[in-house]
Design a protein around this ligand. Structure first.
Ligand SMILES: C[S@@+](CC[C@H](N)C(=O)[O-])C[C@H]1O[C@@H](n2cnc3c(N)ncnc32)[C@H](O)[C@@H]1O
Ligand SMILES: Nc1nc2[nH]cc(C(=O)O)c2c(=O)[nH]1
Ligand code: SF4
Ligand SMILES: [Mg+2]
Length: 243
């Protein structure tokens, strides 16, 4: 069984869209958003996936989304059928933190052998042994200090070291101020991240904020030899579930 986020009460968040971020930006994909997370980013744009009573973390500062109907449990065959009905050959699994449900995810993707499987992850959880060989790409988004998560939870060094040597892994750092880039540089040097696998993405859920931040980010990213990514879906659809 998989626990998914919902778009409207009871309706699992499974949708077709353009990949809006990172190395596959612009590719038509089917998205599956799983529920629950082990972190609690201040600026998380999908807090409805994790702000549940009993998820007892320090940054769960309100229970605005604390509703049972923000998640739904389905068996893997039902999720695979819904994905298949949307067509296409690329699957993006996100959340919440999808690797928390690695065993069930392995059963899901085994039902979809022809699909290119991309996982959006915060990078803190090792992929389940049955899932890992079925994944084509990991978009790993390690969380910097401004996310509000303690570094010992958000940046486990042995996990970052493992991603660094996995050629399927791309790093996607969310940045809100120029100072955040020093932290990226430290991590990139410590773990020898390949520069062409490091993406910088502006924090923001409004087109005007993204555009403003991309403008000052561009020369700084260029100077480091990294890559930059916008959030295309925000420009196209706003901050809307199921897009
Ligand atoms: C909601 S997360 C789900 C996957 C996983 N938990 C993670 O953090 O990578 C999907 C992506 O959105 C990014 N994200 C979330 N809130 C954001 C915001 N306010 N601005 C920019 N990126 C954001 C995350 O860093 C991650 O790359
Ligand atoms: N279109 C679109 N592209 C995305 N890329 C990563 C997303 C995510 O929330 O993980 C996302 C999303 O929610 N929508
Ligand atoms: S790790 Fe991802 S889903 Fe979890 S709180 Fe942070 S941005 Fe949101
Ligand atoms: Mg998103």
């Amino acid at each position: 069984m998989l626990t998914l986020a919902t778009t409207t009460p009871g309706e699992p968040e499974i949708f077709a869209s353009l990949q809006g971020e990172g190395p596959s930006l612009g590719r038509p994909s089917v998205f599956v958003r799983l529920s629950r997370c082990n972190l609690a980013c201040h600026w998380c744009d999908t807090a409805y996936t994790w702000r549940f009573a009993g998820d007892n973390r320090p940054h769960r500062d309100n229970l605005a989304f604390d509703r049972a109907d923000n998640q739904v449990t389905l068996d893997e065959a039902e999720v695979a059928a819904r994905i298949g009905a949307l067509g296409g050959n690329r699957l993006v699994v996100t959340g919440g933190e999808p690797l928390l449900q690695g065993a069930a995810l392995a059963r899901l993707v085994a039902l979809l052998p022809a699909m290119h499987v991309e996982i959006e992850t915060n990078g803190t959880v090792a992929p389940h042994a049955a899932l890992d060989p079925q994944v084509h790409q990991y978009n790993v988004s390690p969380k910097l200090a401004h996310s509000g998560n303690p570094a010992d939870l958000a940046l486990p060094p042995e996990r970052l070291a493992a991603w660094a040597v996995d050629p399927r892994a791309f790093f996607k750092f969310v940045v809100a101020s120029p100072d955040d880039l020093a932290e990226v540089r430290t991590l990139a040097e410590r773990h020898a991240f390949a520069p062409d696998r490091v993406f910088i993405m502006p924090e923001g859920t409004h087109p005007s904020i993204l555009t403003e931040r991309l403008r000052w980010l561009a020369p700084l990213v260029l100077a480091e030899g990294w890559r930059i990514t916008d959030r295309l879906h925000i420009h196209l659809y706003g901050d809307t579930r199921g897009t």
